[in-house]
Each structure stands twice: as structure tokens, then as C-alpha cells.
Design a protein around this ligand. Sequence first.
Ligand code: TYM
Length: 332
Amino acid sequence: MKEIVVSGSRPTGNLHLGNYLGAVKQFVLMQEKHESYFFVADYHSLTTHPNPKDLHENVKTVLVEYLACGLDPNKTTLYLQSDIPEITELYLFFNMHAYLGELERVPTFKEKAKSQPDNMNAGLLTYPTLMAADILVHKGTHVPVGKDQEQHLEMCRNFARRFNHVYQQEVFPEPIPFNMGNELVKVPSLNGTGKMSKSDDENSCIFLKDSAEAIRKKVMRAVTDTGPTTPNETKPEAVENLFDLMKHVSTQDTVSSFEESYNNMTIRYGDMKKQLAEDMVNYLAPIREKIDAIANDNTYLRHVAEEGKEKARISARRTLDEVRNVIGFRNF
Ligand code: TYM
């Protein structure tokens, strides 16, 4: 079967290092060799009821930042989810075969029920069917995402399998979450625990557009502990997290040298953070420069979105024509 790569990200503000290392960087590598689709998941962001001005600004921001990360409109199809009516059409079809019990059991839904009990809307419940429609509208087979999306991909495979079973035809593939490095990535927060996320406190999250100064300040304030007291000690989560971040942005030699000093108890976390901050600044500098270069080029951005919409709709329409026919919506 042909490999088709699909991924997306919600426009809820600036992209952070977790978004980049977990998904976008991987996608950029894959766009070179595969048919691929990347979209701004603007419908998904409606679950939190953004005001129209913020929504518009955020869509533009992430489009700029994707381009700055290396998504290339000449190699991939880059578009806005809301420009593709076929996605909502497929969402409707999947909702007819998605059951309340399974949707209520999704861990992200259960978390929202706790964190925002007064906004448990139907869009949150059916988030997994919309996500399945995003992917399957292009018959996606590989989905570069971070570890936090694993469960949603499991649901997507269920919906694909169920549709094929109900209509007794192999319409959809069963897409897998994908990382060429094999392991799905979870980029840790700087606050010592959990994953990096924009809903965390600002200082624990490195945004791609952060200035060198801001990055240094955040990294220097990262949580550690008092240091190892026996040789080769198991690292506490906060320290392990700093090493994890270092593995992404520093050279192997740098990581090994700090591993060694941790194991022989001579490590100074201040030195480690200084090195990590400088490596992170250098790692993100080219992206930041590109963000600044295109942020106000509305003509270019409009052109990218228009072209992406045209290309994405061709593939989406092809799938929906087939799906409608399989379901029984046929001409007289
Ligand atoms: P979103 O917008 O929360 O995040 C976008 C991508 O960034 C990854 N990510 C991380 N990866 C590693 N470590 C982290 N700390 C980290 N934080 C975020 C996410 O795994 C994701 O790949 N539901 C999706 C958006 C979406 C989508 C899709 C993705 C909608 N439809 C179809 C793929 C295919 C989401 O909320 O991602």
C-alpha cells in the first residue's frame, strides 16, 4: 500500500519545542519522500470557544511557524482544515458509527471533564472522530505525532476498521502514529514533571519564537534537585528531563560528558543548564529568523493557503466520492 503522511496541529497560540520535536520535525523529514498533507486544525480549536480575532491571529501564527520549521509547500500540501468541507462530511459519517461509551472512555475527554466541567460540549466528545476524518480523508497511513496522541490514533484505526467492516469494503487503511526514530517523542516540561505544553506555566515551555534571552532565562530556572550523592544514581524525573532535552539539541559528546559527571557526582547543574540554554538558542535560531522574515508577508501566506486548499480538496473529494458511493448515496 502507498504510504501517505498526514498530520496537523491546533492553532492555540505559538508552537513550542514539544510540537516541533514531537511532530513537525518528523513531518519535515517525511515530506521529502512521501505524498504528504499537513493542516492547521482550526476546527479542533473551537472546543475552547476562542474569540474570532484570536482564532484568526492564531491560525496565521501557526501557518507562519510551520513554514519557518521547514514545511515546504512545493513538497507537501499545507492547508487549513476549515477550507476542506469534505472533512466535516466524513466527520458526520464517522459519528454515525462512533459509540458514546467508547468516546467517553478516551483519556483526554476524561481529563477535560475534570479540568473544564462547565464546558463539556459535543465537539470535545467527538474530537476523535474529527481527527479520524482529518487523517482518513486522504487515506493517511502514517501520522507523525508526539506520544500524547497515541490514544487518538488507536481510535482512528478503530473507526477505519469499523467502516470497512460495516460496508464490507477496504475503503480505509489503518493509520499508525509514526516516528522514523521508532519511538514516539514526549518532550518534557522545564518544571520538572510531565510533558511540555502551552497550558503549563509560560516559564516551563520554550516557544519557537522565544528570544535568546527568554530561552536562557527559562532554562536557568528549570527545576533540578540537590545533586547525586552516590555514584551512578538513578536520576529523578526533573533531572532526567533536562538530559532528555539535551539529547534533542546538544551533541552526543556534550550529553556523554554531563552523563559522566552525573555518574561520578561532580555535576554542576548550573553549568549543565548554561550549556543546554546555549545549544537550544543555536538550535532554534534559524527557525526564529525565518518566523521574523515571513510573519508579515500576507500575500505569500494567502498564496500558500489557497494553493494548499486546491491540492487538498482534490484528494479529499476523491475519497468522499468513494465513501458516498459505498454508503449508498448514488445518482439515479
Ligand atoms: P496539538 O495541537 O496539541 O499538538 C501538535 C503536535 O505536537 C505534539 N506535541 C508534543 N510532542 C512531544 N512532546 C510534547 N511535549 C508535545 N506537545 C505536543 C502532539 O503530539 C501533536 O503531534 N489532536 C492534535 C491535532 C490534530 C491532529 C489531527 C494530529 C488534529 N487532527 C490529525 C494528527 C492527525 C493535537 O491536539 O495536537
